[in-house]
Design a protein around this ligand. Structure first.
Ligand code: ATP
Ligand code: MG
Length: 363
């Protein structure tokens, strides 16, 4: 994106119409006995990039297709800038869409793929040519204009798909796992480009992913979905630091979730060790969560929950250990130590400490 001269860029940005605010109101959808969506509500402000994140089958694609008008609702409404979209068919919603893969027309060149939506709208030839050139420049594919999809890499094909979606000057951009077919490095490059482009154009964007790292990296806000419902909505930081449920805690980043018992004085105990100093106000706390990087370890005898290192994964910048508490062999605690920490062999006896400030009591 950085390759575009700034004057062209400014002209292009101003040529795109102002983005719009999207509202999803109590949307429900069943397929026979399968309740794909069970009442989902959500507001996406103008210019925001929001990610639907959740496991396979939780309803992400169904919700995106409903927003696009490709699927009918059983109940609920989709509003754009306060206007009810239900009477408006998909073709007239002016939404740009990019799918997981293989969505380009195989017998059209990159340029003619980008031109597709413009042809459908009957744009005249000179304007169309200019628009296609602008869009290919925007995704840095000017030199690939005459290639067929089969002659391009996966990353280049998805750039063409993005250019095609943006060419029609969409009110909202809808992306359904646009990066999941790409290898890790290209995926990361392209997600940075998508984010930069989205911010520059200020276009309201909904992106579906089941990759939590991708969602954390790209989104203004994330909607964590599970079984047709919204579990939690928040910024990446909010979800990571203050997950509302065990599901969110376990789905966004790695999380240790430990069963606790609450003593009569209110303190929480796991495997015979008091985890918190003082009473915890949450009534009937049963689970606590702590991130792997927040668990502290002692290699000398002393306080802490006695445990043994059972597994080690060397990841370069950090090493991930799995420790099994002596008093609770059915549980494991994941710990992450940064590079430079002393090596710990499998079988080493350690003491685990759970800093109270890093412990979250889950509902
Ligand atoms: N056309 C359909 N007919 C019948 N069932 C469907 C249809 N589309 C989706 N479903 C069901 O609805 C549920 C939600 O599907 P959806 O495709 O929205 O999930 P998803 O979150 O996008 O999953 P994935 O990450 O695997 O793409 C699933 O149980 C799925 O089997
Ligand atoms: Mg899907």
């Amino acid at each position: 994106m950085s390759g575009l001269p700034t004057s062209d860029a400014a002209a292009l940005v101003s040529s795109l119409s102002a983005a719009a605010a999207l509202s999803i109101r109590d949307v429900a959808k069943s397929y026979g006995a399968v309740e794909a969506l069970r009442g989902v509500s959500l507001d996406v402000p103008n210019g925001e990039l929001i990610c639907f994140l959740g496991p396979s089958g939780c309803g992400k694609t169904t919700l995106l297709r409903i927003v696009a008008g490709l699927e009918e609702v059983d109940r609920g409404r989709i509003l754009l800038d306060g206007r009810d979209l239900s009477p408006i068919p998909a073709r007239q919603r002016n939404f740009g869409m990019v799918f997981q893969s293989y969505s380009l027309f195989p017998n059209r060149t990159a340029a003619r793929n980008v031109a597709y939506g413009l042809e459908c709208r009957g744009i005249d030839k000179p304007n169309m040519k200019q628009r296609v050139a602008d869009m290919l420049a925007l995704v840095q594919l000017t030199d690939q204009a005459d290639k067929l999809p089969a002659q391009m890499s996966g990353g280049q094909q998805q750039r063409v798909a993005l250019a095609r979606a943006l060419a029609i000057d969409p009110a909202v951009l809808l992306l359904d796992e646009p990066l999941s077919a790409l290898d890790a490095r290209v995926r990361e490059e392209l997600r940075i480009e998508i984010r930069a482009l989205q911010q520059r154009l200020g276009i309201t964007t909904v992106m579906v992913t089941h990759d939590q790292e991708e969602a954390l990296a790209i989104a203004d806000r994330i909607v964590v979905m599970s079984q047709g419902l919204v579990e939690q909505t928040g910024t990446p930081r909010e979800l990571y630091e203050t997950p509302a449920t065990a599901f969110v805690a376990g789905f966004v980043g790695l999380m240790n979730i430990l069963p606790v018992t609450q003593r009569s004085d209110g303190a929480l105990e796991f495997a015979g060790t008091v985890l918190t100093s003082g009473a915890v106000s949450a009534a009937q706390a049963r689970l606590v969560a702590i991130r792997p990087e927040a668990v502290a370890i002692e290699t000398k005898p002393g306080p802490g929950l006695p445990a043994r290192i059972a597994q080690m994964t060397y990841l370069g910048n950090l090493t991930r250990f799995i420790a099994v508490p002596d008093a609770a062999p059915g549980y494991s605690v994941t710990i992450e130590l940064h590079a430079g920490h002393q090596p710990l062999a499998i079988g080493t006896q350690i003491g685990l400490r759970f800093p109270a400030a890093s412990l979250r009591v889950l509902a």
